[in-house]
Design a protein. Structure first.
Length: 360
């Protein structure tokens, strides 16, 4: 068996321990004589899995009692519609557009009400986070929306925007559980889990209870109402059962590693190895304004498309895979999520040094 160093932006690397445990339990989950995949979601054994997953997530993120945790389907993209359908009481929302995912959310919201783009970094290919300390927040805005970590461009909000008292909604798909978070600053925190938490097919929504109401936009499908899922403990219909089980294992792994503060330190140390190298390299350059750099997604270029392609090809052959940048930006991107060991980044940097010497 040969495992590669997988720098994919998502679906992405998972802790090896978690994969091994899942393999061990594949045919017989704790004496039930069946796989979790084959189990009724109404069974005692499964109820224990989802309850424990929620409890561990609550503990890790220190989620207050007045927030619900929902395990849903449809990916992060379905939330682009679900959020306005459930939250747009005045049919007005303010969007900060810092990348493709924020832009898609902003465009989707326009289907349901007045979505205002109150800030953007599109003028410089989303390579920075705009100053959000004093934005023209709409007086009747139902919420202010951000994508906290921009997976494609490699930027991250280091300070949350000043929403002037309005509810903050954040897509944290690519920075979920990468560092401690103050849940009370948000109305909704959500993320597709396939970047940092588990297998594709699950989206986790952490939502303050007062935002969960019957009062959704007319025509909102039952399946897209937060209330129906909240009232039914994420089991209105069959949940993405196996995916939630793996997320639960990842929560346990993070707890064992020391929780979110330990994750943050580990992620900072890891990202530093790569950024320090990029900052002194004569060949490779980071593409993001330094103070806005993400700990999770690190885009870089040589400035020469042919050389970029050569690098990606040789890196792949050497066991460093999925380093090709997003199709809209080109170059390279190393996604170094929680489960990427520091050795993976150290070895990548060694490889980059060698490539730099050979191609000087
Ligand atoms: C990947 C990603 C999405 C889209 O996720 P899907 O689950 O494919 O819908 C949305 N937002 C961010 C920040 C992402 O990284």
């Amino acid at each position: 068996m040969a495992r590669v160093y997988n720098f994919s932006a998502g679906p992405a690397v998972l802790p090896e321990e978690v994969l091994k445990e899942a393999a061990d339990e594949m045919l017989d989950y704790k004496g039930t004589g069946m796989s979790v995949m084959e189990m009724s979601h109404r069974s005692k054994a499964y109820q224990a899995i989802i309850d424990e997953a929620e409890a561990d997530l609550r503990e890790l993120m220190n989620i207050p009692e007045n927030y619900k945790v929902l395990f849903l389907q449809g990916g992060a993209s379905q939330q682009f519609a679900m959020i306005p359908m459930n939250l747009m009481k005045n049919k007005v929302a303010d969007y900060i557009v810092t990348g493709q995912w924020a832009k898609k959310a902003y465009q989707e919201a326009q289907l349901y009400g007045k979505a205002n783009k109150i800030a953007s970094s599109e003028d410089k290919t989303f390579s920075y986070i705009p100053d959000c300390s004093d934005l023209p927040i709409s007086e009747d805005a139902d919420y202010v929306y951000i994508c906290e970590n921009n997976t494609i461009y490699g930027t991250k909000f280091k300070t949350l925007p000043n929403t002037k008292g309005k509810t903050l909604v954040a897509d944290v798909s690519s920075c979920f559980l990468s560092e401690p978070v103050d849940v009370t600053k948000y109305g909704v925190i959500y993320g597709g889990v396939q970047k940092n938490v588990g297998p594709a097919g699950v989206v986790i929504v952490i939502i303050r209870e007062d935002l969960i109401t019957e009062d959704t936009l007319p025509g909102t499908p039952t399946m897209l109402k937060y209330k129906i899922h909240a009232d039914n403990g994420s089991m209105y219909n069959t949940p993405p059962a196996y995916g939630i089980y793996i997320c639960g294992k990842v929560f346990k792994w993070i707890k064992k590693m020391g929780g979110l503060q330990a994750m943050k330190e580990r992620n900072e140390a890891k990202a530093k190895v790569l950024y320090d190298f990029l900052d002194q390299s004569k060949l490779f350059k980071g593409t993001v304004r330094k103070e806005d750099r993400s700990l999770m997604n690190v885009p870089f270029v040589t400035g020469n498309e042919e050389l970029d392609a050569k690098f990606v090809k040789e890196a792949t052959a050497a066991g460093f895979v999925n380093l090709k940048g997003h199709r809209t930006v080109g170059g390279m991107r190393a996604s170094i999520y929680n489960a990427m060991p520091i050795e993976g980044v150290q070895k990548l940097v060694e490889f980059m040094k060698k490539f730099e010497e050979e191609n000087a």
